[in-house]
Ligand binder design. Structure first.
Ligand SMILES: *[C@@H]1O[C@H](CO)[C@@H](O)[C@H](O)[C@H]1NC(C)=O
Ligand SMILES: *[C@@H]1O[C@H](CO)[C@@H](O)[C@H](O)[C@H]1NC(C)=O
Ligand SMILES: *[C@@H]1O[C@H](CO)[C@@H](O)[C@H](O)[C@H]1NC(C)=O
Ligand SMILES: *[C@@H]1O[C@H](CO)[C@@H](O)[C@H](O)[C@H]1NC(C)=O
Ligand SMILES: *[C@@H]1O[C@H](CO)[C@@H](O)[C@H](O)[C@H]1NC(C)=O
Ligand SMILES: *[C@@H]1O[C@H](CO)[C@@H](O)[C@H](O)[C@H]1NC(C)=O
Ligand SMILES: *[C@@H]1O[C@H](CO)[C@@H](O)[C@H](O)[C@H]1NC(C)=O
Length: 364
């Protein structure tokens, strides 16, 4: 038995070194989230352990359709088993409920009735539909901090979400609207994933209440311009893979803490991108790869990472990186990607080394 336990640990460790990191935010339960994929895939125990062994050795109640790891008594794994409904009689000790990769389309108002301390509810890869959700079920879950429902059939961001949420992951649904007031109580939400949906606009008030939002992923939606009315606390804004027709000088107005901006694959053209739109003093990383830019855009000297690969840039203008060069006036750029453009190393003007003096890598 000790051997089997050791084997589980080794598997988990291997998993970690292969691109995942431990998440310590939930009381030490050794579960893994893959941060390299756009949205995390929560580790499954399926195929890694022998459920019969757990069942035979665990004195605690465990629904027939689930696995209850002895080492993590507050976790319940009911993932990857084609369940059409949430199992009944969930043990009231559970804090981490894994229901990903099933066939669940509805949540009843009572499925959590005997549970008070739920912290994670993982529902990725199911068939959840808005009209079959009774989120009153979540209202009493004051400890719930992670709600994951990526890859479902939701058409709008539901309202009545519990106020303590810190992460809400709704990527790859068919969301085209946000229910009025959906976020008004979510003062602790720091991460909101909505990539791979069908959003066209964000109206005034849609994101009202998100006073701590740090990361907002709106990639792969139907935006034709940078949405207005975004919370001013955002540090990471991902808008890649939207067909943005133009960027004006004030496209990112009010986002004074913006550090990481991703605008790859947005069909951007130099003539419709305002020269100063990226000159935001807080910016650290800017991704403009796979667009149709023909000139280097003006960026702040604070910028450290600039991705311009796969554009149509024909000349390198040092002024884009340094308005003037002096002992204290130089670009902080560390990595600059210009590969896949119409420019070669010998086209760099002689003054570029004085401006980009702390550059570590240039790809050209
Ligand atoms: C989910 O249900 C559909 C039909 O409703 C079925 O074809 C499919 O195999 C089910 N998926 C799983 C994982 O059981
Ligand atoms: C809740 O607990 C009561 C009493 O133990 C039990 O009768 C009921 O079936 C439970 N409900 C659910 C949904 O687990
Ligand atoms: C929430 O808690 C209140 C008070 O404990 C209880 O009356 C109500 O039925 C609970 N609601 C749900 C959906 O469990
Ligand atoms: C939000 O987080 C703070 C600090 O962690 C906590 O005290 C507060 O209860 C949380 N709010 C809700 C509604 O859970
Ligand atoms: C871009 O978004 C569309 C949907 O708008 C999606 O079908 C496509 O897979 C996405 N492409 C990439 C490379 O993410
Ligand atoms: C470089 O950019 C500056 C400011 O946009 C512009 O005035 C200048 O003409 C450009 N230089 C070249 C060689 O294109
Ligand atoms: C750096 O540039 C700013 C304005 O761009 C100027 O005011 C300042 O004098 C310059 N500093 C040095 C040391 O050249």
């Amino acid at each position: 038995m000790a051997l089997l336990y050791a084997a589980v640990l080794i598997l988990l460790c291997f998993c970690e070194s292969a691109s995942t990191t431990v998440d310590l935010e939930y009381g030490g339960v050794p579960l893994w989230i893959n941060r390299l994929l756009g949205e995390p895939s929560v580790l499954s125990l399926k195929g890694r352990i022998d459920p019969a062994w757990f069942r035979a050795n665990n004195p605690q109640a465990c629904p027939q359709q689930c696995d209850c790891p002895i080492q993590w008594p507050t976790a319940l794994y009911c993932d990857h088993r084609g369940l059409a409904d949430v199992p009944e009689q969930l043990p009231n000790r559970i804090q981490y409920l894994f229901l990903q990769a099933n066939n669940i389309s509805s949540l009843s108002s009572t499925f959590l009735v005997n549970i008070t301390g739920l912290r994670w509810l993982i529902l990725d890869h199911n068939q959840l539909q808005n009209d079959k959700l009774d989120l009153d079920a979540l209202q009493n879950q004051t400890e719930l901090c992670y709600l994951f429902a990526n890859h479902n059939h939701l058409t709008s961001v539901p309202s009545s979400l519990p106020a303590g949420l810190m992460q809400l992951r709704l990527a790859h649904n068919q969301i085209s609207s946000i229910s009025p007031g959906a976020f008004q109580n979510l003062h602790n939400l720091t991460l909101l994933l909505l990539q791979g949906n069908k959003l066209q606009t964000i109206s005034e008030g849609d994101l009202k209440g998100l006073i701590r939002l740090n990361l907002l992923d709106l990639s792969g939606n139907l935006f034709t311009s940078v949405p207005k009315n975004l919370p001013s606390t955002i540090q990471q804004l991902y808008l890649s893979n939207n067909s943005l027709s133009a960027l004006s000088e004030d496209s990112f107005e009010g986002l004074h803490q913006l550090k990481y901006l991703r605008l790859g694959q947005c069909k951007l053209q130099s003539h419709s991108v305002h020269q100063m739109v990226f000159n935001l003093p807080s910016l650290v990383e800017l991704d403009l790869s796979y667009n149709k830019l023909t000139t280097t855009p003006t960026v702040p000297t604070s910028l450290q990472y600039l991705y311009l690969e796969a554009n149509q840039i024909q000349e390198f203008n040092t002024t884009s990186f340094c308005r003037e060069v002096g002992p204290l006036n130089y670009s902080r750029m560390k990595i600059l990607r210009l590969d896949g453009n119409k420019i070669s190393h010998n086209q760099l003007p002689p003054d570029w080394v004085f401006c980009l003096r702390v550059l570590q890598h240039i790809y050209i």
